[in-house]
Ligand binder design. Structure first.
Ligand code: BG6
Length: 467
């Protein structure tokens, strides 16, 4: 560690949230319904109606972020607050809310990093086919234009779509796939094509409308390890990486489909319909950086070509339709979180190096963190040493990646404050700040600084020297 390079001087030490997971106020001030509001959430877990009530408490929350020393805050704008029906009339109260939020951040010298779309597609668009319908591309671009127009004078970092790859690989989970569709994978790859077009158009528009701003995609990218040195395992890992990672980034950066992923789609009958001019559109949008979310790596072996592939342990993210491509296995070298996710800080360095090598662009980490059952103790204390340990190891590996030559511009762990997890309720906490509520008992929603809050403050103050 002593020989490693320091973090850059203007490094964006941040933290992340997303609108539907933190804001609450699900139907207030003209907000329309999103697929999340209409979706199911697993039994025993909270819905997203109140969440952390950030919509009403954002000033208090931002004051805490400032106290923690955050240089950046990555949040998402709820499309349905701006356009309740996805398109059509602008909801001025939605504009006002995000104006206030952005101004509040800037008044504390916190750089806003804005995700334009984080899973919460307007339900009105979903009813018309969602991403299967090409009109959603226009709705997204129109929405993007509005965001650039109203907030582009102050927001310098834009993220197009959060975890597009997860929405495609697990389409049913987010509620953007019609469950009655016959060949869901084909439909999902068609949706993917439309999202890629929407993203490319938004990146181009951003450069035209906000020449000083930067924009990039924000998929979930992870190193994929082969289970052994068996050559077939190496090919399986490479195939999976192409389908899971590079398909999305190659399209965003180079404006083309990755050949391995394309062959996979051909073989399975998933190839999207590409209209004339589409590939030119894809090529016309260029990202300024790559943002990505990282939680863990995945380890895969050669497929056994039978249904047991699906039941394999290891990667909890194995997707339907990928049978015959790989088989997920547990990595014997890695420990797991309370929620069964493998913990792999070295894999973080490896992921950073891989993305850097393939694209040679600045990188911004927009999520990384540990979900755990935190315990609020007597005297408003939360001793989340396990979270500190997790983040510390990842920050050390990020620094090694910088030493390797990776141009890492920021690190925004998930999450700035406790919020409702995508599938496992509020009990799966990620924040530096505890929110006093349970799954169904909202209690007083008061904010309590966890031990990790004080620790992260020191990390930021020392620009990563003190972990
Ligand atoms: C990412 C998402 O997939 O992972 C977040 O962008 C999500 O929205 C985070 O909350 C953690 O996943 P989970 O299921 O533990 O909430």
């Amino acid at each position: 560690y002593s020989k490693s390079k320091p973090f850059p001087k203007d490094f964006l030490w941040g933290a992340s949230t997303s609108a539907y997971q933190v804001e609450g106020a699900w139907d207030e001030d003209g907000k329309g319904l999103s697929v999340i509001d209409m979706g199911k959430h697993p039994e025993g877990t909270s819905d997203f109606k109140v969440a952390s009530d950030h919509y009403h408490r954002y000033k208090e929350d931002i004051a805490l972020f400032a106290e923690m020393g955050l240089k950046a805050y990555r949040f998402s704008i709820a499309w349905t607050r701006i356009y309740p029906k996805g398109t059509g009339e602008i909801n001025e109260k939605g504009i006002a809310f995000y104006n206030d939020l952005i101004n509040e951040l800037l008044s504390h010298n916190i750089e806003p990093i804005v995700t334009m779309y984080h899973f919460d597609l307007p339900y009105a668009l979903q009813e018309k086919g969602g991403w299967s319908n090409r009109e959603t591309i226009d709705a997204y671009v129109n929405y993007a234009k509005t965001l650039f127009k109203y907030f582009g004078d102050r927001v310098k970092y834009w993220l197009t779509i959060n975890e597009q790859n997860m929405m495609i690989l697990h389409g049913a989970a987010i509620g953007t796939l019609d469950p009655k569709i016959e060949n869901p994978q084909k439909e999902l790859y068609q949706q993917n094509h439309h999202m890629l077009l929407a993203q490319a158009k938004a990146m181009k528009l951003c450069h035209e409308m906000c020449p000083n701003a930067k924009i990039g995609p924000a998929p979930n990218i992870i190193s994929i390890y082969p289970a052994s040195s068996k050559p077939e395992d190496i090919i399986a890992a490479s195939n999976f990486s192409s389908i899971r990672n590079w398909l999305y980034l190659d399209a965003a950066v180079f404006g083309r489909y990755n050949s391995i992923a394309w062959s996979y789609m051909e073989e399975k009958g998933y190839t999207p319909i590409i209209q004339e001019g589409d590939m030119e559109i894809l090529k016309s949008g260029k990202p300024d950086f790559i943002a990505f979310n990282y939680y863990s790596t995945s380890t895969v072996a050669e497929s056994k070509n039978d249904p047991s592939d699906k039941n394999s342990t290891g990667d909890q993210q194995i997707a339907i339709g990928e049978e015959g491509v790989y088989r997920g296995v547990s990595n014997p070298y890695l420990e797991k979180t309370q929620f069964g996710w493998e913990i792999d800080p070295v894999g973080f360095r490896s992921t950073l190096r891989e993305i850097n090598e393939r694209y040679n662009l600045p990188l911004l980490v927009t999520e990384n963190g540990l979900g755990a059952y935190d315990k609020l103790e007597e005297g408003d204390v939360v001793n989340d040493d396990y979270r500190i340990d997790f983040l510390k190891k990842h920050i050390e590996q990020a620094r090694l990646a910088i030493t390797d030559g990776v141009n890492l511009i920021g690190y925004c762990p998930w999450s700035a404050i406790d919020l409702v997890s995508t599938h496992q309720g509020i009990s799966k906490r990620y924040g530096f700040i505890y929110v006093n509520r349970d799954e169904f008992d909202l209690k007083d929603l008061r904010r309590i600084k966890k031990k990790s809050f004080y620790w992260y403050k020191d990390v930021i103050e020392s620009n990563g020297e003190k972990t």
